[in-house]
Design a protein around this ligand. Structure first.
Ligand code: ZN
Length: 465
């Protein structure tokens, strides 16, 4: 079996990719509801796509296409679940732009690939045979890859893992769901070397340990997702862990996606986000408006193609994120794969709130650039929407009024005037006065987001559909 992460050259990798991609394409042309139709309309036949070199002939699939009918992206096998290629192993859910869950199906065949790619993620991040993982992702209402794949990654690397199960106690099963102090007890008992979770939550855990004079000297790695992360957090986390007795703690940041059921990871800080399974995924960058392919190093819309999937399958899929790619062999770890250099940015488009356009990325930079803010989630909704659903009742002749609500987890406890200060800052830049709600990083809305954080959720979209 070849190790496709460290092949000799791109020709060798392309050959490996094309073999897998050919089998995937055979099935797409026969059984994929969305692409069968799209390819027919584009007048493309199976023989027109010989391998990854022909990808540019295919139209781009947008997130909007996927959200409109996620079930149409699952291969429909003619004779049911008779083989590992067709039997569904699990379905994970990603958040749609309005917060509604969107299914992403994996067959048994896919699950083996998921194990392999999660194993590669651990290799690239420098995991060792003597590591012990503490899974700090909370359970979510719908199955989400962040919690589940952390368990699977440990299995694939044959490492012990403890799920700390942070979160509010379950209403039916009150023993499920642990507060911060219980999670800290679990951390002490299981002596983890790797903390894996949402960065703001890990930061809160480290601060609590410091407060209680609890030591966590075994920790050498923190696996944090890129979303809702900034370099200040990295410095803060490593300084905090040193105070808890850790010798040389490192924070490894990743760029995760439900469409991968895993993450692109750094091997060392600043080395770029490595595609952990170049035999499974192919990345491209295109012009966001014309979809013309761009050269390596140029910033554009990131596209992901599944080369070797059997459940949910996507070709040239644009999640909406922008980034720059390099295909040079990584000078640090020697991997030959695509790497995203710099931080990818969300390009979900601006959101109109009370007649003003808000760039979610700019809002995130403003808030996370404020020392007092550890994490946040912004929501656009109608003023008469109670609890985020329904709405529209009792509106005046002028139509429903928009409201920008921002839930903020602060870094410290000196909160006097924080809401007012943040509201003023947001208003100065975006000309919209937000409602600021102070919460904590354990707030289910913040802690339950998993890999992919959308800084600004538009709940009004529920009504538009
Ligand atoms: Zn590397």
């Amino acid at each position: 079996m070849v190790d496709t992460l460290f092949l000799d050259d791109w020709d060798a990798l392309t050959r490996e990719r094309d073999t897998r991609f050919a089998a995937t394409l055979d099935r797409i042309f026969a059984y994929h509801p969305f692409y069968k139709d799209l390819l027919a309309r584009a007048k493309l036949r199976r023989r027109d796509i010989k391998g990854v070199a022909d990808l540019a002939r295919l139209p781009v699939t947008t997130r909007r296409d996927f959200l409109a009918n996620p079930h149409a992206f699952i291969l429909t096998w003619p004779d049911g679940p008779t083989s590992d290629e067709s039997s569904v192993w699990d379905v994970m859910y990603t958040n749609g732009s309005n917060g509604a869950p969107v299914p992403f199906a994996s067959t048994s065949y896919d699950f083996m690939n998921i194990l392999a790619l999660n194993r590669n993620m651990l290799r690239l991040r420098g995991a060792r045979e003597d590591d012990r993982i503490l899974n700090l992702f909370p359970l979510t209402r719908h199955p989400h890859g962040a919690f589940a794949r952390t368990m699977n990654a440990a299995a694939a690397f044959n490492l012990p893992v403890t799920a700390a199960m942070p979160g509010a106690p379950n209403a039916r099963q009150p023993d499920i769901g642990n507060g911060l102090d219980k999670v800290l007890d679990i951390a002490q008992r299981t002596r983890p070397t790797i903390l894996w979770g949402v960065p703001s939550y890990i930061r809160e855990l480290v601060a609590r340990a410091d407060e209680k004079c609890v030591k966590l000297p075994w920790v050498r790695l923190v696996f944090a997702s890129l979303d809702a992360f900034n370099e200040g957090m990295r410095a803060d986390l490593t300084a905090g862990l040193r105070r808890l007795g850790a010798e040389d703690p490192q924070v490894s940041v990743s760029y995760g996606a439900s469409e991968m059921q895993g993450s692109m990871v750094e091997c060392v800080k600043g080395a770029g986000f490595h595609n952990p399974a170049p035999d499974q995924f192919c990345f491209e960058v295109v012009d966001p408006d014309t979809h013309r392919p761009l050269e390596d190093g140029e910033e554009g819309l990131l596209l992901l193609t599944h080369l070797d999937r059997r459940g949910t399958v996507m070709l040239r899929y644009a999640s909406g994120d922008m980034g720059r790619l390099t295909r040079e062999r990584c000078p640090h770890c020697g991997a030959l794969t695509e790497r995203i250099i710099g931080a990818p940015s969300h390009h979900d488009g601006f959101v109109k709130v009370s007649g003003r356009l808000i760039d979610p990325q700019a809002l995130a930079e403003l808030l996370l650039g404020t020392d007092e803010v550890a994490d946040f989630q912004a929501i656009v909704e109608y003023e008469d929407m109670v609890g985020g659903v329904g709405g529209g009742k009792g509106r005046g002749k002028t139509g429903p009024r928009d409201r920008l609500r921002i839930r903020v987890a602060p870094t410290g406890t000196g909160l006097a005037g924080l809401s007012h200060m943040l509201a003023q800052r947001v208003e100065a830049v975006f000309e919209v006065t937000p409602v600021i709600e102070i919460t904590s990083a354990q707030d289910p809305m913040l802690a339950g987001r998993g890999w992919r954080v959308r800084p600004l959720m538009d709940l009004r979209a529920k009504k538009r559909r």
